[in-house]
Design a protein around this ligand. Structure first.
Ligand code: FHN
Length: 411
């Protein structure tokens, strides 16, 4: 298992889902959900020309939001490749755009001092040897399934390995890999064996050889360097074989990974900040997704949400970067994050009256929160020592951070 201090130090990254589905503007699974044939979906290929593609702006938005790494879909389930792969013509360089999209992305991310991450789909609805399984767009088309019956998944695995090799040898150092998605426990998948289909052990060995420093997630259906629970917040630190392991929650802004124009179900900035705090309090990272539109733009609502999160991070990022769970038990509706002897109290609900901080007896008796205009100040009633205080700048009054110097509990 590869560990990297940068991952725990970062705690917060940007996920970018971008491809042909972004032109449809109706979710990245549009081909599956609407049972589109390759011919139907070809329209998006024939019109792919993202004239407003500006990865430098993506990287700036991520950095200003306090994100420390960016992960881009090199290929999603539809099989469309953002780079000039020698393995296929189903790629950006054969569309009206005509150029590689990965190199400018990598260059822009590095220019902002951020880490480079690639997402790569294990399933591929376009490849002629990928089996028609319960997630394939033509799964209900009996004639198509009959014609596709002789597919050989090992030939697809050869293609998969060759493309991963291209990505890991063509763009310098890659810091992070997110393979997707796990067949583990998913009914109706091809063999359901996942790792056997992808030849995961062989693929991971190649990844380690080509990029010795890269960290890889756990969706090859074999152990990786970090665990990726899908769009939910675990109940606590994640433990595998008796050991706490690095993990990363991933979340959308509005329930869709790809650009979904009519989906206005955006999560509020303070909910997303609470998801970030909750992840860190449980020893995890948060990978927050944006879905640029078909022209390559990140939409104004997403930009506004990122700016609000950035406003909170500018004041409170020291309670996030490099922090993790505390040995102290947080009060109700609160989270603790801790780094060394600094304990950060995050309130997810307004503390009517006094808030008693169990476990800190003798250090801090209780904290009184005074709401003073746009800022919330704290006054910690502290018998024994001066508690470091942060002026409470927050996106919303109920996500406050109190910076307390405490010795590590005797855990
Ligand atoms: O099917 C994908 C989905 O489109 C998206 O890419 C997410 C991101 O974690 N992963 C899969 C669902 O688990």
């Amino acid at each position: 298992m590869q560990h990297h201090a940068w991952f725990a130090e970062s705690r917060f990254g940007m996920f970018v889902h971008w491809g042909l589905y972004s032109l449809a503007a109706r979710h990245e699974w549009v081909k599956n959900r609407e049972r589109l044939t390759d011919e139907d979906y070809q329209r998006y290929f024939d019109h792919f020309d993202p004239d407003l593609y500006d990865p430098a702006q993506w990287a700036r938005l991520a950095k200003e939001a306090g994100m420390r790494y960016i992960v881009l879909t090199t290929k999603h389930h539809d099989g469309f490749c953002l780079w000039d792969s020698a393995q296929t013509d189903y790629k950006a360089t054969r569309t009206p755009w005509g150029k590689d999209l990965i190199a400018p992305f990598v260059e822009a991310v590095r220019a902002e001092g951020l880490k480079v991450g690639f997402y790569h789909s294990l399933i591929d609805w376009h490849h002629p040897e990928f089996p028609v399984d319960s997630f394939h767009p033509q799964r209900d088309d009996e004639a198509y399934k009959a014609a596709a019956a002789g597919r050989d998944v090992s030939k697809y695995a050869d293609y998969l390995h060759a493309q991963v090799r291209e990505l890991l040898t063509g763009y310098g150092r890659i810091d992070y890999l997110f393979f997707d998605f796990s067949y583990r426990g998913r009914p109706g998948t091809w063999s359901g064996k996942g790792a056997d289909d992808w030849r995961s052990e062989e693929l991971l060995a190649m990844v380690r050889e080509l990029q010795p420093e890269v960290i890889v997630n756990d969706r090859l259906d074999i152990p990786g360097d970090f665990v990726t629970p899908e769009q939910y917040q675990p109940a606590g630190p994640m433990v595998v074989d008796g050991r706490e392991v690095p993990w990363e929650a991933c979340q959308t802004l509005n329930g869709s990974w790809g650009y979904d124009r009519d989906n206005l179900d955006y999560k509020s900035p303070d909910l997303l900040v609470r998801m970030l705090v909750d992840s860190v309090a449980k020893g995890g990272n948060l990978l927050l997704n944006v879905g640029p539109d078909g022209r390559g733009q990140i939409d104004p609502r997403a930009r506004g949400t990122l700016a609000d999160i950035g406003a909170w991070m500018r004041v409170n990022s020291r309670s996030i970067y490099g922090c993790g769970p505390s040995g102290f038990a947080a009060p109700p509706d609160c989270r603790y994050t801790q780094r060394g002897d600094r304990l950060y109290l995050h309130l997810f609900a307004w503390p009517f009256g006094h808030l008693h901080l169990p476990g800190l007896a003798g250090r801090v008796k209780y904290a009184q929160f005074l709401h003073d205009a746009s800022e919330i100040r704290t006054r910690v009633i502290d018998p024994g020592q001066q508690a470091g205080l942060t002026t409470m700048g927050a996106v919303a009054p109920d996500v406050l951070t109190l910076d307390l110097p405490v010795q590590r509990p005797d855990v």
